[in-house]
Write a protein that binds this ligand. Structure first.
Ligand code: CMC
Length: 390
């Protein structure tokens, strides 16, 4: 069966060639299709970046209008999906609801797996409906009626309206909130072959449909070592606050990760070994947004203290462990009024265009089915023993 190289966790295995995202972990560089993340986050809109990732170029005015209006006109979700949603317990985690309902979408659009579908339409449907589905969990957890999308609103404004508007009062979108969300979604939009993206590619490599592939990506993202870290960070910071703010104790616990099993959530990255450029932008944005909104969140000070304590510690320095994208993002989400258990859902809304772009590229370059090898460590051949003799 030939020679197999073992690389647990694929730390040094390239799975594909890709023209989408450039990442230099030593220098802390991240670019989408050649454009720096710093420039995109300050100048572009999330949908513009989505178009760039998916179709390879920044859209012209006309292309953008077409893309945006297609998305606007597909924001409603089939009412029968509500029945599936209603079957979930009220306290089901929003990530499990999201993965399930996205998986269910292929059932509503069977052409996606029957092979006679329109790929661009599937892309539009996913982009359009993910925010709608995402807000359902939150609304129900509050005992509020679900809000329908309003197509006169832009992508981010519509999401905020569905999350926060109540039928009994007027709702206007705070531009500070919309702008902060725009930056966060852009920063999350792609990150080359991370765990969830590799999952989307692997599932898609068997030629499973786009909805099924994205649903698998959402499930991969949920894990606490990946996107789920943003929820874990805030829970950790809250715990530190409740215990009197002793950051040194948590640094000590993390240093002994081998025995305590405790890691500093939001710290460390497989690829970034100097700093995570996204974390740099988000840290600054956290200061800006909180001061503009007049929010005083003591957890921000705890986060800064924890970062400082860790970065002055030999354990973290020698292992090149720095705050990652998830370290400060939760503090912003909180200031925007988004509850903790929705943080990873926000990550998923941001990452969706990246997953789609990678799935599309994989199909276009006709990647073979993903099928890693193994080194077998089990028993050698042995003879079957009938049950009565065991
Ligand atoms: N706290 C304490 N020790 C850590 C941490 C941490 N957060 N991260 C890594 N280490 C240690 C680890 O114990 C190991 O030590 P040693 O060399 O003594 O065995 C060393 O640093 C290298 O870690 P690794 O686990 O081999 O590195 P990895 O590339 O497999 O893992 C990671 C990367 C992000 C999963 C990991 O750093 C981690 O678990 N971080 C906490 C979870 C987190 O914040 N995840 C979000 C990642 S960024 C965005 C995203 O994907 O969502």
């Amino acid at each position: 069966t030939g020679y197999v190289t073992l690389d647990r966790g694929y730390k040094n295995t390239g799975a594909t060639k890709s023209a989408i995202t450039f990442l230099d972990g030593e220098e802390g560089i991240l670019r989408y299709r050649g454009y720096s993340i710093e420039e995109l986050a300050s100048k572009a809109s999330f949908l513009e970046v989505a178009y760039l990732l998916i179709y390879g170029e920044l859209p012209t005015k006309e292309q953008f209008t077409q893309f945006e209006s297609a998305i606007r006109s597909h924001t409603m979700v089939n009412e029968d999906m509500r029945k599936i949603f209603d079957g979930f317990p009220v306290n089901a985690h929003p990530m499990c609801v999201l993965a399930s309902l996205v998986s269910a979408m292929s059932g509503f659009y069977p052409e996606s797996y029957e092979g006679n579908g329109d790929e661009n339409l599937d892309i539009v449907r996913l982009m359009a409906k993910l925010p709608t589905i995402a807000t359902w969990s939150y609304k129900r957890s509050q005992g509020h009626p679900l809000n329908y999308p309003k197509n006169k609103l832009g992508y981010i404004e519509n999401f905020l309206q569905m999350m926060f508007a109540l039928p009994v009062e007027d709702y206007t979108v705070d531009p500070v909130v919309a702008e902060a969300l725009n930056i966060l979604l852009i920063l999350h939009a792609d990150h080359e072959q991370n765990c969830s993206t590799s999952t989307v590619r692997l599932v898609g490599s068997s030629q499973a449909n786009l909805y099924a592939s994205i649903s698998a990506g959402i499930s991969a993202l949920w894990g606490p070592l990946h996107g789920g870290a943003n929820q874990e960070v805030i829970e950790m910071l809250e715990e530190i606050k409740a215990g009197g703010g002793d950051v040194a104790k948590y640094v000590d616990m993390a240093k002994n990760a081998k025995t305590t099993g405790f890691r500093l959530f939001g710290f460390g990255h497989r690829v970034y070994k100097n700093f995570d450029p996204r974390a740099k932008i988000i840290k600054k944005a956290a200061d800006d947004v909180l001061s503009k909104l007049g929010v005083n969140d003591p957890v921000l000070e705890i986060a800064k203290g924890l970062e400082e304590a860790a970065l002055n510690d030999e354990y973290f320095v020698s292992r090149k462990l720095y705050p990652n994208v998830d370290f400060y993002s939760g503090i912003i989400y909180r200031a925007l009024g988004i509850p903790t258990n929705m943080f990873t859902v926000m990550f998923a809304i941001g990452r969706l265009p990246g997953w789609i772009a990678q799935w599309k590229e994989m199909r276009e370059t006709k990647e073979p089915i993903g099928r890693p090898r193994q080194i077998y460590t089990g028993s050698t051949l042995r003879e079957f023993v009938p049950m009565e003799n065991r």
